[in-house]
Design a protein around this ligand. Structure first.
Ligand code: TXA
Ligand code: MG
Length: 334
């Protein structure tokens, strides 16, 4: 199959909607990461997402809507707290879990009786959904296990020949996937941290962070968010988090780079010596750069990637959560 890349605009929106209406897959930009979209209500179309990504069948997909009116038919119940969060954070990088209605096929929800829904902020994503007239199931548009794509070029690397169209909306502004929450009474339970932070959610109720966000699930343990149990976001290189900052981090990496080939360090600060790549000095910048730099490390044939411990506040918790998985929970104490 020939994969076309078209810039976001009236022509690409029409083309995307046309393909999606025929049950095909289209990669679409969102503010978080690129999504691999299909009609969420069409079982066969959704099955193709799992095939193209090589994704485990029990890992449920997020259903994307373009307006709040699309929500009620998809769910059996909308808690008050969810309505309040929707008013404040939609359109935006927040995904909420609801009991699902019969409209949602079981393949879409990975066999669960709940469904994850989000309204993306990206104008391109919403224009495509609107033109379709149905919600889009869209996981990140990477091959399963690889870093999520934040540019159309990343999507092309993973999906060339597998899908007919990639809509190019430029670089994603958030850079990590949406925050996923479920509700336990009035408690907002964070299953995956993202652009809508724990601090932001705390203004609306008690916030609990699932233990799988920062800890490795025990073998066989049931996790609330199935995605958390899989290895994720990994470049070919071995990734390690280094619990040191600034000069201490740099000195440690430089010392190792003297006798190790293929060592790349991601840290805050200037690029130097072909060893250091700059991942930014704020949580927002680090979120935007992380996945792209992990892919860059592969291009540079890195064998080992050492990453400076991120600040865990705000969107930094999302950076830390993705890094832990990329590093298979390996932290080096210096
Ligand atoms: O920002 C995003 O959310 C991006 C863009 C494309 O919108 N999408 C995305 O999808 O990250 P994906 O499939 O890569 O991640 C979905 C996450 C997984 O961890 C999955 O297990 C969880 O959401 N999830 C989906 N439905 C769920 C449900 N019913 N209950 C619990 N977790 C669910
Ligand atoms: Mg993903």
């Amino acid at each position: 199959m020939n994969t076309e890349v078209m810039e976001y605009g009236a022509r690409s929106v029409s083309k995307a909607a046309e393909l999606l209406k025929c049950g095909q897959l289209v990669a679409i930009p969102t503010e978080t990461v690129y999504g691999l979209a299909a009609n969420a209500l069409d079982e066969n179309a959704v099955r193709n997402i799992f095939k193209a990504k090589g994704r485990p069948q029990d890992n449920p997909l997020i259903v994307h809507i373009s307006g709040i009116k699309m929500l009620p038919p998809l769910v059996r119940e909308i808690p008050d707290i969810a309505m309040r969060l929707a008013e404040s954070f939609w359109a935006g990088p927040l995904t909420m879990i609801f009991p699902k209605s019969d409209k949602i096929p079981s393949v879409t929800s990975g066999g669960l009786d709940t469904v994850a829904v989000r309204m993306p902020e990206s104008e391109a994503a919403r224009a495509i959904i609107k033109q379709c007239g149905f919600p889009l199931a869209a996981p990140s548009a990477n091959l399963s296990g690889k870093p999520s794509p934040t540019t159309a070029a990343h999507v092309f690397e993973d999906m060339n020949g597998k899908i007919p169209l990639i809509v190019d909306g430029g670089e994603c502004s958030v850079g990590v996937e949406s925050t996923v929450v479920c509700f336990k009474g009035d408690v907002i339970h964070i299953l995956r941290p993202g652009g809508v932070t724990a601090e932001m959610l705390a203004e609306f109720g008690n916030v609990e962070i699932d233990k799988a966000v920062t800890a490795q699930p025990e073998k066989g343990e049931r996790v609330l968010s199935p995605g958390m149990k899989y290895k994720h976001y990994s470049p070919k290189a071995d990734v390690f988090i280094v619990n040191a900052h600034n000069m201490k981090f740099r000195e440690y990496c430089l010392k190792r780079s003297r006798y190790e080939k293929g060592l790349i360090a991601l840290g805050a600060g200037a690029e130097e010596n072909g060893v250091f790549l700059d991942y930014g000095d704020t949580p927002e910048k680090q979120a935007r750069n992380l996945f792209s730099l992990l892919r860059r490390a592969d291009e540079l044939n890195a064998k080992t990637v050492l990453v400076e411990m991120p600040d865990k506040s705000g969107v930094g918790l999302a950076v830390y959560n993705r890094l832990l998985r990329a590093a298979a929970f390996r932290i080096i104490e210096v």
